[in-house]
Ligand binder design. Structure first.
Ligand code: FAD
Length: 481
């Protein structure tokens, strides 16, 4: 493996000395290499034996140097936002060894959120998705191995093996393998006009079908399904969303907020069907159309289908390596896995005990990916581990900016501040008097205040949260007093 970064003065002197001895051995060995006949003759004088001894010493020294180099190298598996952030942060934190980022997608690490928003709508190009320019990795001395997949982690040898067979040593390993779109395991789900939405390549496959008048059926009324529905209906497609739960966004919002989003989509022309479970797909007679078959015998005709039913974390490498995995690679507050030299961050990682939420949880969001990258980079470079803040997320549909902070499950009171009809409100969730979460729609200023309220676990009465006459900021001051 190549030396990737500047060494400290003492490391540099040691390295130079080793290199000099090694080079001398190699030159001596090369000079001694002669045809076999001569070797046989020399064997009698014992010279070949000496040659062999030097050859073995040379090999051993080369191995030891590579090993030393590997011990100082941080290898990151996965070129998503989590992996890219960890790579550059390590250098920012003055990590002195080599840093290598291995990503199976062929392009620079990119941001996924626009895939179901502006990029799907063709409002932004591919270049705008790039998270950090190539120059940023160059400046940080990060070696990029793009289009290369890790096939195995060998924890004993401290090596990762690429699918090409190449083995690369590591001192610290960061697993940032993200996840893949969850497949719908029903008959016909492999028909050619059934799509998923996780990568740039997925959107490029989907784009040619996004033409006005075409019938799109979306399985899944979560963020991705609803964002794609908003883009498609704006482009003149006939869109149907099928959601198995009794309401859209059921896992993450209150019924009032789900109803709000259902009415917005219906108003825009999307046919939203809740309580409908997809059971299979059948190819049409022409082979191009699809019939979406659902429980209770319902059928929906489609020209193409998008499935947005969540994510399966990419944990196979960790499982094979014997790490603790439970629907995510289990990590502590420092993003450290059950192996002290291996970290896991982003969508593939599961907090053993999330610092703010105080529970075992796997989060799928950009802010969480970046926070976990920060924690891993701090731990590897011996810095203080930042505290995990309240998780937050956003979703853009039509001209609605939804920003959410905290987790609302288990709430016992709801306060709506503002008017849903005017598409500008915040839904606050309380549990035993404490504000635990907020969903803000088109209220960026209030969202900042909500982040503080939730981050500091403030207890504010429901009526005061709902009272627009008192600015949120004033509630902050009173609660803090
Ligand atoms: C369409 C869409 C919209 C989203 N919208 C939002 C949003 O609005 N707000 C928000 O906060 N979050 C959003 N998210 C979620 C957010 O994008 C993810 O939480 C975030 O990208 C996670 O980053 P990650 O680096 O952990 O994983 P990923 O981005 O999945 O990156 C992992 C990378 O690792 C690679 N990899 C996997 N296995 C290997 C291997 N063996 N060897 C080498 N490389 C490997 C993968 O190919 C991938 O490139 C959205 C996600 C999608 C798909």
């Amino acid at each position: 493996m190549r030396q990737l970064a500047a060494l400290s003065p003492s490391q540099s002197i040691r390295s130079r000395t080793c290199f000099t001895i090694l080079r001398a051995c190699k030159i001596w060995i090369a000079k001694q290499k002669k045809p076999d006949q001569e070797m046989a003759a020399r064997a009698a004088t014992g010279k070949a034996g000496l040659l062999q001894v030097f050859s073995v010493i040379g090999q051993k020294m080369e191995w030891a140097m590579n090993q030393g180099e590997a011990d100082r190298t941080a290898v990151i598996i996965g070129g998503g936002q989590a992996g890219a952030e960890a790579a550059t942060l390590l250098r920012q934190n003055r990590f002195e060894g080599g840093i290598m980022l291995i990503g199976s997608e062929p392009c620079l690490p990119y941001m996924r959120p626009p895939l179901s928003k502006s990029f799907l709508a063709r409002e932004t190009g591919k270049e705008s998705l790039i998270y950090k320019a190539a120059a940023a990795y160059e400046r940080a001395g990060v070696e990029l191995r793009l289009g290369a997949a890790v096939a195995e982690i060998d924890r004993i040898a401290k090596q990762v093996r690429l699918s090409s067979g190449e083995a690369l040593g590591y001192g610290k390993l960061v697993i940032a393998t993200g996840g893949r779109a969850r497949k719908l395991p029903v008959p016909g789900s492999d028909l050619p006009n059934i799509f998923y939405l996780r990568t740039i390549a997925d959107v490029e496959d989907l784009q040619p079908h996004m033409e006005a008048q075409r019938r799109l059926v979306i399985a899944g009324g979560g963020y991705i399904g609803l964002e794609a529905a908003a883009v498609a209906v704006k482009r003149g497609l006939a869109v149907t969303v099928l959601e198995a739960a009794p309401r859209v966004l059921a896992r993450v919002t209150a019924p009032d907020v789900s109803s709000f989003y259902e009415s917005i989509h219906r108003g825009a022309g999307v046919d939203i069907r809740t309580g409908v479970t997809v059971t299979g797909f059948a190819a049409g007679e022409d082979g191009a159309a699809v019939t979406v078959e659902c429980g209770g015998g319902q059928k929906f005709a489609a020209d193409f289908v998008l499935i947005g039913i969540g994510l399966t974390p990419n944990t196979e490498l960790a499982e094979q390596a014997g790490l603790d995995v439970d629907d995510g690679i289990v990590v502590d507050a420092a993003s450290r896995s059950s192996d002290p030299d291996i970290y896991a961050i982003g969508d593939c990682a599961k907090h053993a005990h999330h610092g703010f939420l105080r529970r075992r949880i796997r989060l799928e969001s950009v802010p969480n990916a970046l926070e976990q990258a920060r924690a891993a980079a701090a731990a590897i470079t011996g810095r203080a581990i930042p505290e995990a803040p309240a998780p937050w997320f956003w979703s853009d549909q039509y001209d609605l900016k939804l920003q959410m902070v905290g987790l609302s499950d288990g709430y016992d009171e709801l306060a709506i501040r503002g008017k849903m009809e005017s598409c500008s409100f915040v839904a606050f969730y309380l549990k035993e008097g404490v504000v635990i979460a907020a969903d803000s729609v088109n209220r960026a200023g209030d969202f900042m205040a909500a982040k503080r309220i939730i981050g500091e676990r403030m207890a504010i009465p429901r009526v005061r949260l709902a009272d627009e006459a008192a600015p949120l900021k004033s509630l902050l001051q009173k609660a803090a007093a």
